[in-house]
Structure formats: structure tokens, C-alpha cells
Design a protein around this ligand. Structure first.
Ligand code: ATP
Length: 238
């Protein structure tokens, strides 16, 4: 069986600087896979390239067995790949509901869209309570919920989340991680980039540790969580 996402020897450069130096990994349908690693390791660059926002200088990205090499970014969404970017990028003056509906811009099944808006409100009740308010009035954590809800509105086969816990209080972070676990239980396939290695590895099926553009260690979430070098470097243990 082919994996839903296959990344092979991917190389990405900003001008002469090679930010990603030949990484490979797979995401099988139904899995949560996480990329962890310090600032600047190339995780965000990798997600942006899978989304088609950056062009790789080498390697392959296959989604559902199909090469994404010649597929422009706007078509990649229609293939079933949704990206909740770092920093959220919500539209602060639009209402929460309109922000959610933007995620469904490729769909025209009114009933299905209404159902999925309700599903986002079931996942994140605060969004439903404030549906008519400007999105800019939400707290950082709530904006993160909105970004995730919006990404889900395209009914993605693969949901890519970039640093969903960034800047959140511990309680809000737990809430976001619990929601990722809930989405996984509902069968959503997720590629999760996180600096919070403990939280990400705890719920991931597989993880890959990135350091300056390379994958230096791969394993199951549980194996990496108990790996001594990972514990020292990323989980703050001596
Ligand atoms: P972070 O968690 O800080 O976002 P990351 O692992 O996601 O880290 P990237 O943001 O992908 O890392 O950055 C990888 C490398 O590419 C870094 O050295 C970074 O400085 C560089 N880089 C990122 N964006 C650009 C850009 N627009 N122009 C030039 N270099 C960039």
C-alpha cells in the first residue's frame, strides 16, 4: 500500500542557503506523524513546500501516489491537503464564522459545509459562542482553534499543523493537543510540526527529529519519547 504522503530526499533552499538537505519520511492514512526539532531546523520550510508555497530544489513529494512537482499551491488544497500555518493567519476583521467558511472556498455542498461548521463548533464551543464576532477579538489560543477549524473545512485527507501550541498557556496547549487526539480518533491524518516535543511525541504514531535541515532520528512516538538523546536535547532532561 502506498503512503498518503511520501517525501523523498527533499531539498529546499533560500537562495544559496540550503534549509532542508535531503529529508525523507512518510505519512500513512490515519496516522499522526510529527516533525520535532529546534528553531531553524527546517520544519516550517518543509510544510510550506508540501503545500506548494515553496519550490524544492530536489527530491520528490507524492500525495496519494501522485507527484506534486507540477501542481500549483491552489490545486494542492483541492487534492485534500490543508495547512494550518505557523502564526495562524486568520482574518481579524472578519467574523469567526466567515473565517471558517473561507476554508470551504472550494466546496459548494451547502449542507455539508453547514455540517462541518457545526463540527468545528462542537470541537471548539467557544467559536460557536462567538461566531458573529470579529476573529481579532479571540485570544491567541482561540485563534489557533479557528485556524485549525478553518483547515478542517476543506475536508482534508491530510491536515498539516505548524506549531499549534506556540505561545499558548499550558491549559490552552492541553486543549489543543486533546483536540488533535480527538481528530486522530475520528480518522484524520495529521502531520504535526511542534517545538513541544513531549506533547507531540505523546500522541504521534511516528516522529522525526530534525536538526539543521536533516532528519537525524526517526521512530515511533513512544520510542522517541523514551530515547535518551531525545530526552536530553528536547525534553529538558540532564
Ligand atoms: P521555527 O520553529 O523557528 O520556525 P523551523 O524548523 O520551522 O524553525 P524554518 O523556519 O523552516 O525552521 O527555517 C529553516 C532555515 O531556513 C533557518 O535557517 C531559517 O533561518 C531559514 N529561513 C527560513 N525562512 C527563510 C526565508 N524566507 N529566507 C531565508 N532563509 C529562511
Amino acid at each position: 500500500m502506498t503512503a498518503l504522503l511520501e517525501v523523498e530526499d527533499l531539498r529546499i533552499a533560500y537562495g544559496k542557503i540550503e534549509a532542508v538537505k535531503g529529508i525523507s519520511f512518510k505519512v500513512e492514512a490515519g496516522e499522526v506523524v510529527t516533525l520535532i526539532g529546534t528553531n531553524g531546523a527546517g520544519k516550517t520550510t518543509t510544510l510550506r513546500t508540501i503545500s506548494g508555497l515553496l519550490k524544492p530544489v530536489g527530491g520528490q513529494i507524492k500525495f496519494n501516489g501522485r507527484s506534486l512537482r507540477k501542481v500549483p499551491a491552489h490545486q494542492i488544497v483541492s487534492l485534500g491537503l490543508a495547512h494550518s500555518p505557523e502564526g495562524r493567519h486568520i482574518f481579524p476583521r472578519m467574523t469567526i464564522e466567515d473565517n471558517l467558511l473561507l476554508g470551504a472556498f472550494l466546496r459548494n455542498d451547502r449542507e455539508g459545509i453547514a455540517k462541518d461548521v457545526q463540527r468545528a463548533y462542537d470541537l471548539f464551543p467557544i467559536l460557536g459562542e462567538r461566531r458573529r464576532q470579529a476573529a481579532g477579538t479571540l485570544s491567541g489560543g482561540e485563534q489557533q482553534m479557528l485556524a485549525m477549524g478553518r483547515a478542517l473545512m476543506s475536508q482534508p485527507k491530510l491536515l498539516m499543523l505548524d506549531e499549534p501550541s506556540m505561545g499558548l498557556s499550558p491549559i490552552m496547549m492541553q486543549k489543543i493537543m486533546a483536540t488533535i487526539a480527538e481528530l486522530k480518533a475520528q480518522g484524520t491524518t495529521i502531520l504535526l510540526v511542534e517545538q513541544n516535543a513531549q506533547a507531540a511525541l505523546s500522541l504521534a504514531d511516528h516522529g522525526h527529529v530534525m536538526e539543521i535541515g536533516k532528519v537525524v532520528l526517526s521512530g515511533s512516538g513512544q520510542d522517541l519519547l523514551h530515547d535518551e538523546s531525545v530526552r536530553k536535547a528536547y525534553l529538558g532532561e540532564d
